[in-house]
Design a protein around this ligand. Structure first.
Ligand code: PEP
Ligand code: CO
Length: 461
């Protein structure tokens, strides 16, 4: 990688950096982090890169989801378990619809920092630094709480390590056992239409498993039935944290530099300027990476970004996460798809139907409407179908908890009851029922795609 070093980003203009008052303390925290063990292993990141190559080629489907912002207060085993369970349930639904392997990546074990539109928040004429995630400061609207504190970087490392430890235990230790599909249901989802649909699907899968069992394939002798691959990701926003956890792969010939804070990092929509620090850092790490593409993304700029982030045009290296908003998805995505297709550059395409659809309810709560979210997902598939390109995956902000943050859905949350259980530390998340509902929608779209594809093959032959 020409002229790249783990700290070369420091010479570039940078956005979204917290203003710490004690820079010596920041330096000592960075030093401490740099001698801590990596959270993930290069080989795992490389394996995910292969999986993402399948996503780009339409041989697998990506499900990426989790909190908008993880928080220290909500860091506990039940929350981690419930997020993991819903993601698994969604993955089962999607696998059934697409007949493809579903690659599961959590916005978990490191998603603690947030880019903000404004550096200050003003309430009743009092102006304080904005909350930038628990990695930086505290959400309480008080002087002391909003002061950025570098010690929080170490807390993020500790919390991420324990989350990851539990996720690894769940993924390999029996929680993902397909013969226990029926047990994955969450209390409050039961009784809903989604739960009934999920139960029916689980029964069909159980019949298939009984057949396989009769043929001699059991969870005891077939790892795929008993465990799953589960990866972690977060926005690579605080580059000093990422740099301290960037390590050289000493085991394989490739000998690249890997971010070891997560398997995959993505660049946010606010920090993707081509000549700035975030792109500089990302171009040098060998992990699979994501790039958020909002409505202001210019097709030519995007091509230059792709070339810079993936100069070898490797499949699986780069996934574009489009977040256009339901009203604009067709109009904004089509020029990007057209340009990328024509260029021959290899990328995966994923739909984030959350960040372009945030609105303020009359009560003042930030929310998102299920109808808008669904419309954006439909629009994403529609453009891809028209362009004969691959709608590779979806990216959701969601939780396994029974929150009331997004409105709509079968279990109707409306604006009047947003306040009941509004717990997010940043953007509104789908609750478990809404997540499952969306998974069924996406599964239907994927099944339709398969049918269309089959028809096209018959027509050609
Ligand atoms: C996010 O994913 O939480 C986020 C802030 O997204 P974006 O960069 O697309 O606004
Ligand atoms: Co968000």
């Amino acid at each position: 990688m020409i002229d790249w070093k783990i700290d070369s980003w420091r010479k570039f203009p940078i956005k979204q950096v917290p203003e710490y008052s004690d820079m010596d303390k920041v330096a000592s925290v960075e030093k401490e982090l740099s001698i801590r063990p990596p959270l993930v292993f290069a080989e795992e990141a490389r394996r995910l890169r292969k999986r993402m190559a399948d996503v780009a080629e339409g041989k697998a489907f990506l499900l990426q989801g989790g909190d908008c912002a993880e928080s220290f207060a909500e860091h506990n085993a039940n929350n981690i378990r419930d997020s993991f369970r819903v993601l698994l349930q969604m993955a089962v639904v999607l696998t059934f619809g697409s007949a493809l392997p579903v690659i599961k990546i959590g916005r978990l074990a490191g998603q603690y920092s947030k880019p903000r539109s404004s550096p200050f928040e003003v309430i009743n004429d009092v102006s304080l630094p904005s909350y930038r995630g628990d990695m930086v400061n505290d959400m309480a609207f008080e002087d002391k709480a909003r002061e950025p504190n570098p010690e929080r970087l170490l807390q993020v490392y500790d919390k991420s390590a324990s989350t990851l430890n539990l996720l690894r235990a769940f993924a390999g230790g029996g929680m993902a056992d397909l013969t226990k599909l029926h047990e994955w249901n969450l209390e409050f989802v039961s009784g809903t239409n989604e739960a009934i649909k999920y139960k029916e699907l689980a029964s069909q899968i159980t019949s298939a498993l009984e057949f396989m069992n009769a043929c001699g394939m059991t969870p005891e002798n077939t790892a795929q039935l008993r465990e799953t691959e589960f990866y972690t990701s977060h926005e690579g926003l605080l580059l000093n944290y990422e740099e301290a956890l960037t390590r050289k792969d000493t085991i394989t010939e490739e000998k690249g530099w890997f971010a070891t804070s997560a398997h995959m990092l993505w660049v946010g929509d606010r920090t993707r300027s081509i000549d700035e620090a975030h792109i500089e850092y990302m171009r040098g790490i060998a992990n699979p990476i994501g790039l958020k593409c909002g409505p202001s993304t210019d097709p030519d700029d995007l091509l230059r970004l792709i070339e810079k982030l993936n100069p070898l045009n490797q499949a699986g290296r780069l996934t574009l996460i489009a977040r256009m908003g339901s009203a604009d998805v067709y109009k904004k995505l089509k020029p990007l798809l057209t340009a990328v297709k024509k260029s021959g550059l290899i990328v995966g395409w994923c739909c984030d139907p959350m960040h372009g659809n945030t609105v303020k309810a009359s009560s003042g709560f930030k929310t998102r409407k299920m109808d808008d979210i669904m419309a954006e997902v439909r629009g994403f598939f529609e453009v891809h179908n028209e362009m004969h390109t691959v709608p590779g995956g979806v990216h959701f902000e969601m939780t396994g908890q029974n929150v009331t943050e997004c409105v709509g859905g079968v279990y109707e949350v409306n604006e009047a009851n947003l306040a009941d259980r509004y717990h997010t530390h940043c953007d509104p998340r789908l609750n478990a029922t809404q997540s499952l509902e969306l998974a069924f929608l996406v599964a239907d779209l994927l099944a339709e795609n398969r049918t269309n594809l089959a028809k096209k093959i018959v027509a050609v032959s």
